[in-house]
Design a protein around this ligand. Sequence first.
Ligand code: SF4
Length: 436
Amino acid sequence: MRAYKTAAYYTLGCKLNFSETSTIARNLHEAGYARVDFDTAADVYVINTCSVTDHADKKCRNIVRKAKKSNPDSRVIVIGCYAQLKPEEIAGIPGVTLVLGANEKFNVAQHLEQLDVEDAGKYIAGRIGLVREFTPSYSAGDRTRTFLKVQDGCDYFCSFCTIPLARGKSRSNTIAETIDVAREIESSTIQEVVLTGVNTGDFGAGTDENFFQLVQELDQLAIPRFRISSIEPNLLSDEIIDYVATSNRFVPHFHIPLQSGSDTMLESMKRKYDTALYRSRIERIKEKMPNACIGVDVIVGYPGETDEHFEETYQFIHDLPVSYLHVFTYSERPNTVAIKLEGEVPVPVRQERNKRLRILSEKKKRAFYESQLGNTDQVLWEAERDGDMMHGFTRNYVKVKRAYNEQVINNFETITLSEIDRDGIVKAQRKETVQA
Ligand code: SF4
């Protein structure tokens, strides 16, 4: 009989990485490795890395050191985007047993079995251009919500991005296979599924299926809520917007990367749309769903971004009815087109621009929350306790609070949004609780 061993996991980066770690942990569990906390002495440590994290190398070293301190005899496996980009470098970090690239990372259990006792500093990472396999994943550990990976990789090659190098070509399962995975979630207690991918809207690329068809099929399941994590504006078609507007399950919440409000910058970034198209998406959403919440990604300090370009961006966002921003400060990444461009923006200028947009984001969020006061919506209460309070989100992503009550966790409650508290979270008057 197989000896029961333990494995601990550390995940850096995005929701995709978190959902993939969950799948790898489930696979290892089946192979006889019980999941334990990262701070405990485990037999195996799996570190899922990210290439976008600043000082990825330093972080990786620290985490490996921590693992080895907890159990000097452990096996340390490093996977993820950074592992695909720099396998040799990571394999050289003292304490690393094995580095697995994008194609190999879902087979940790098999690779572990093939390791010899004295093995150290090994790496297996094939050419990313050859990776075609798609492994569906969804995150565990949260009773309320899961991130379901429906797509991986990207064919766009935006000039600042290393993701296509780390994750490979755009690929996904068929709709039927994706629905099979969603049915597993349907049979659990999870109430909300967030559709996640590197370029989610590119689902079905190269086949005769597409993201809109997937949305329609998922809508037939008995999962109460679906959220689309992020979608490129050029892939957010009228039909998707119109469908979400009438769906009871897909919520009126969109996250749409903009990156710059200057057409010159968008062209230089090799984005696949201009500001006119972006504006048309926002207007369509607001026309069909006046209470929709819209989040925006934006990058400041991209090479060649002059004060005028930045002001254009600021004004463009200022004038759009969007609800919050995720602001990223441009940083140079090896092997990108952007790193070779002229017009480097000094770091203090990048930071100043970031600050201005973060203040704009706060104002936008406040204005959005204020516009929602008096509205009635359903909130899904989450498990996390915040002192005497607990939080939940409405369908359109307004963060709401109430006095902690274990009984309502993972339940829906119909509430009226009454007041924005000093901490920026909305208080609610309760109407009814719907047991899950
Ligand atoms: S769309 Fe652009 S930014 Fe997004 S993953 Fe693809 S290349 Fe990177």
